[in-house]
Design a protein around this ligand. Structure first.
Ligand SMILES: Cc1cc2nc3c(=O)[nH]c(=O)nc-3n(C[C@H](O)[C@H](O)[C@H](O)COP(=O)(O)OP(=O)(O)OC[C@H]3O[C@@H](n4cnc5c(N)ncnc54)[C@H](O)[C@@H]3O)c2cc1C
Length: 487
C-alpha cells in the first residue's frame, strides 16, 4: 500500500517541526517521517542510567523571531522556563577570563596582555591604512561587508582572525580555540558566516577595560537566555511534537530511498509514501546518497562537517563556589580534550536526579578525520582534565559519566561551501525537494534552533503560498535575519 501526503516532511527536529506546525496551522495535508522514536534531532536530550539529564551539547535558547518565541511559550508555557544571564568564560593560562576575551585582557599577565594589545594596534593600523574612510572592522570584514577601496581581503578564516584581532589574541586564544571547536584548520574555512557569532574588537573598549580593570561580559545576541525547567532542551521539541495530530506522524520511520521522478519515498521497513512536495531536513550528504540521479554522489563527500562527543559528568554535593554562576566555559588549551564545558545544573537544578544535592558538568569534544579523538580513553581524559582545570574538586564524588557521539554536529563553513551547496539545493528544488535545516541547507550561520525552526516554517509557507526565495529570508538572506534583535 502506498500512503500519500500532499506535503511530506522528512525529519522531526526543529526544522521538520517548524514546517509541520505551519502546515497544520494552514489546514494542509501533511505527514512527517522521523527515524528516531522521538522528536528533537540534535536538539533532543537524554537521561542517563543514574538519572542525570543531558543535552546533545550545550543548547541555549535565543531567538531572532517573534514566531519562534510564540512557539517556545506554547511548548512549555511561560512558567516552564528558567531565565539566565549569560556568563561565559575562557580558561587560559590557569585562570578564567570573561568572554569576549579582548575586552578582558586585564585578567592576563603583563607579557600576554602586551602581546595582545600590540597585535590589536597593528591590526587597527593596517585596517585604517587600507581604508580611505575609517570603518569598523565588523563592517569591513564581517559578513557581507563590501570594501570601498581595493584591499587584500582575507583568504580564509585564519587570515580573518589575524587581520581583525592581530597576532597576540590569534595565537593565544582564537586560533587554538577554533582548531579545537571546528576540528578543521581555520585556513580551510571561510569567514563570511561570522556575523554576530564572533565578537570583533573595539579598540577603545579594549583599552578602557585595561585601564579600569573591570570585567566586561555583555556582548552578543544570547546575553540572556532561557532553559526548560525540566527535561532539558529536548522537552521543548517533545512538547511541540505532541501538539501535532499523532496520525500525521511516524516516529521510528527511517527513510532509505527517494525517487523524485515518481515522487516516492521508501522507509527502512519497506513502507512507501507518495507526495506532491517534499521538505527534507536530513543531512544533505545523506539526501544526495539516497536520491540517485539528482546530484553527483561525489558532491556528498565534499561537504565538510565535524562530529562531537558529549561527555556528561554528574556529581554528588554542590558545585564549587567559582562555578556557581558560570554558564559555559571555553577551553583553547591542549591539556583537555573538550572545547567547551557547561555547568548544566546551573541551567536547571532538575538536570540532576537529586536537585540541589547533586550537580553536573557537560563537556563537548570535536572530532574529524583531521582531528581524531581517542574514543576509548575520552571519558577518563575528560574527568582527568576537569580535575586539572579546577572544575572538579573531588573525583570521588563523581556518580555518573555518560557519553554520546554525534556523527554530524557542526556543518563546517568550509572554503568554497556555497559553490558546492547552492547548486545542490537548486538541483533538488528543480525536482520538488526542498532541503532545509542545520545539515539540510548546510549554512552554519543559520543553523541554531530558532533558525532551523524558521527554515522549516518559511519553506512550508513558501510552498503553500507560492513564491520564490524571497519567501525564505532565513536561508537566503541570513545577514538580514541575524541582524534583527542585535544590540
Ligand atoms: C553541539 C551542539 C550545540 C548546539 N548548541 C545550540 C545552542 O546553544 N542553541 C541553539 O539554538 N542551537 C544549538 N545547536 C543547534 C541545534 O541542535 C540545531 O539547530 C537543530 O537541532 C537543527 O534542527 P534540524 O531539524 O535542522 O536538524 P536535526 O536536529 O539534526 O533534525 C534532523 C532529524 O532528521 C532525522 N533523520 C535523519 N535521517 C533520517 C532518515 N533517514 N529518515 C528519517 N529521519 C531522519 C533525525 O533523526 C533528526 O531528528 C547545537 C547543535 C549542536 C550539535
Amino acid at each position: 500500500m502506498i500512503h500519500h501526503a500532499d506535503f511530506l516532511i522528512l525529519g522531526g527536529g526543529p526544522t521538520g517541526l517548524g514546517a509541520a506546525l505551519r502546515l497544520e496551522e494552514k489546514g494542509i495535508d501533511w505527514h512527517l517521517l522521523e527515524a528516531e522514536p522521538k522528536f528533537g534531532g540534535l536538539a533532543s536530550s537524554w537521561v542517563d542510567e543514574k538519572g542525570f539529564t543531558w543535552d546533545l551539547g550545550g543548547h541555549v535558547q535565543f531567538s531572532h523571531y517573534e514566531t519562534f518565541d510564540r512557539y517556545m511559550d506554547l511548548a512549555l508555557g511561560p512558567d516552564g522556563w528558567f531565565s539566565h544571564e549569560r556568563e561565559s568564560w575562557i580558561w587560559i593560562r590557569k585562570r578564567f577570563v570573561p568572554y569576549p576575551f579582548q575586552n578582558n585582557l586585564h585578567r592576563l599577565d603583563p607579557e600576554d596582555r602586551e602581546a595582545c594589545v600590540e597585535g590589536l594596534h597593528q591590526a587597527a593600523e593596517i585596517q585604517s591604512s587600507l581604508y580611505t574612510e575609517h570603518r569598523p572592522v565588523r563592517r569591513s570584514l564581517g559578513e557581507g561587508g563590501t570594501p570601498n577601496t581595493s584591499r587584500p581581503a582575507p583568504n580564509n578564516f585564519k587570515e580573518w582572525i589575524l587581520a581583525a584581532f592581530g597576532d597576540g589574541i590569534a595565537r593565544l586564544f582564537l586560533i587554538p580555540y577554533n582548531v579545537k571547536v571546528w576540528a578543521v584548520p581555520p585556513e580551510k574555512m571561510d569567514y563570511h558566516w561570522i556575523g554576530e557569532r564572533v565578537a570583533v574588537p573595539n579598540l577603545a573598549a579594549v583599552m578602557s577595560s585595561i585601564e579600569t580593570g573591570e570585567d566586561q561580559v555583555s556582548w552578543g545576541p544570547n546575553r540572556t537566555f532561557r532553559f526548560p525547567k525540566r527535561g532539558g532542551t529536548g522537552a521543548v521539541w517533545e512538547a511541540l511534537g505532541r501538539r501535532l495530530p499523532a496520525e500525521r506522524v511516524n516516529l521510528g520511520a527511517r527513510v532509505v530511498r527517494i525517487e523524485p521522478d515518481r515522487r516516492k519515498v521508501t522507509t527502512a521497513d519497506g513502507r512507501t509514501w507518495s507526495y506532491e512536495h517534499l521538505i527534507s531536513t536530513l543531512p544533505l550528504n545523506h539526501l544526495i546518497r539516497m536520491t540517485p540521479g539528482v546530484v553527483d554522489e561525489r558532491t556528498a563527500a565534499r561537504l565538510v562537517f565535524s562530529s562531537t562527543h558529549v561527555v556528561g559528568v554528574g556529581m554528588d554535593g554542590a558545585a564549587p563556589e567559582h562555578l556557581k554562576t558560570k554558564c559555559w566555559m571555553y577551553f583553547p588549551e591542549n591539556n583537555s580534550p573538550y572545547y567547551r564545558v557547561t555547568v548544566f545544573t546551573n541551567y536547571s537544578p532538575n538536570n540532576a536526579p537529586q536537585p540541589g544535592r547533586q550537580w553536573s558538568l557537560m563537556t563537548e569534544t570535536a572530532e574529524s578525520p583531521e582531528k581524531p579523538v581517542p574514543r576509548e580513553t575520552l571519558a577518563e581524559d575528560t574527568v582527568r582534565a576537569l580535575v586539572e582545570d579546577g572544575l572538579l574538586p573531588d573525583r570521588n564524588r563523581v556518580v555518573s559519566v555518560s557519553h554520546r557521539f554525534l556523527p554530524q554536529a557542526y556543518p563546517t563553513p568550509f572554503l568554497g561551501r556555497d559553490a558546492v551547496v547552492d547548486p545542490a539545493l537548486r538541483a533538488f528544488e528543480a525536482k520538488g525537494i526542498f532541503s532545509r535545516g542545520r545539515f539540510g541547507a548546510w549554512k552554519y550561520e543559520v543553523a541554531n534552533q530558532d533558525h532551523s525552526f524558521a527554515q522549516g516554517y518559511e519553506c512550508a509557507e513558501r510552498l503553500v503560498r507560492g513564491g520564490g526565495p524571497e519567501c525564505e529570508p532565513t536561508l537566503f538572506t541570513p545577514g538580514v535575519v541575524n541582524n534583527r534583535r542585535n544590540p
